[in-house]
Write a protein that binds this ligand. Structure first.
Ligand SMILES: C[S@@+](CC[C@H](N)C(=O)[O-])C[C@H]1O[C@@H](n2cnc3c(N)ncnc32)[C@H](O)[C@@H]1O
Length: 233
């Protein structure tokens, strides 16, 4: 594994137990609604099969399963500690029998071309070494006519709010991570992973270059989150 990927994997292994709690705390619980929104855009057909890339603790995979009562979902992630937390949650959920986990790399998905009806990813691409390759893989494994939906943090553009967000994200979040999760380094990394990340407009262009069409995005939560949607074929 490349050093950056191993750094990311090991960091998520350390924070796996506190990951969900911190997510809900930092987003004031809004992440649940964003995941439901992603699941709606993925439009998994009755009995269809979805892939959630870099699934982590499986909140997005569960949202997909709940939105599509007869759908099946595969969650893939290279961090077994995150997946194990997901497995515990899924075992306690009604969707249990329809969700499966695979340990693997988002940049080399171990699936055949065109075998999923929809592909999603949440809060993952800031962490991967090669964003175009991640979208190329998502586009490869989705069927023609299937949707690829991505949820990611974004830098807000409203002038005053941008400064408030900066204070919150770059000063308060690392403190919360240090004192509540006991993981100062990981929650210092979190805001910095956004600093050089693509803007929503740039991310849209990457999706288009990966061969996805009708690509659009919507900013949520005062522009601090963006959902990108594109279709294959
Ligand atoms: C911020 S978490 C997001 C988890 C989940 N998708 C969510 O919405 O909460 C990022 C996840 O991406 C995974 N990840 C990062 N790079 C990856 C890669 N190249 N292949 C597979 N998983 C990766 C990490 O292990 C981690 O679980």
């Amino acid at each position: 594994m490349q050093p950056r990927a191993e750094f990311v994997r090991a960091m998520f292994a350390r924070i796996a137990r506190r990951y969900d709690f911190m997510n809900h705390l930092m987003t004031l619980g809004r992440d649940r609604a964003w995941r439901r929104y992603v699941a709606r855009q993925a439009a998994l057909p009755q009995g269809g099969l979805a892939l959630d890339v870099a699934t982590g603790t499986a909140d997005l995979a569960l949202a997909l399963g709940r939105h599509s009562p007869h759908g099946r979902v595969v969650g893939i992630d290279f961090c077994s500690e995150m997946i194990n937390m997901g497995r515990i949650k899924v075992a306690a959920a009604e969707e249990d029998s329809r969700l499966r986990f695979v340990i693997g790399d988002a940049l080399q998905l171990p699936f055949a071309d065109g075998c999923f009806d929809a592909v999603t990813s949440g809060f993952a691409l800031r962490n991967v070494a090669d964003v175009p390759q991640a979208f190329a893989e998502m586009g490869r494994v989705v069927k023609a006519g299937g949707w690829v939906v991505n949820l990611e943090i974004a830098r807000p553009t409203l002038p005053v709010f941008r400064q408030l967000f900066h204070i919150y994200f770059y000063r308060l979040v690392p403190l919360l991570g240090r004192f509540i999760a006991g993981q100062g380094e990981a929650y210092h990394y979190l805001p910095h992973s956004l600093t050089h990340f693509l803007s929503p407009e740039e991310l849209k262009a990457v999706m288009e270059r990966a061969g996805l069409s009708k690509v659009w995005y919507r900013r949520l939560m005062l522009g601090t989150v963006a959902v990108h949607v594109g279709v294959k074929g």
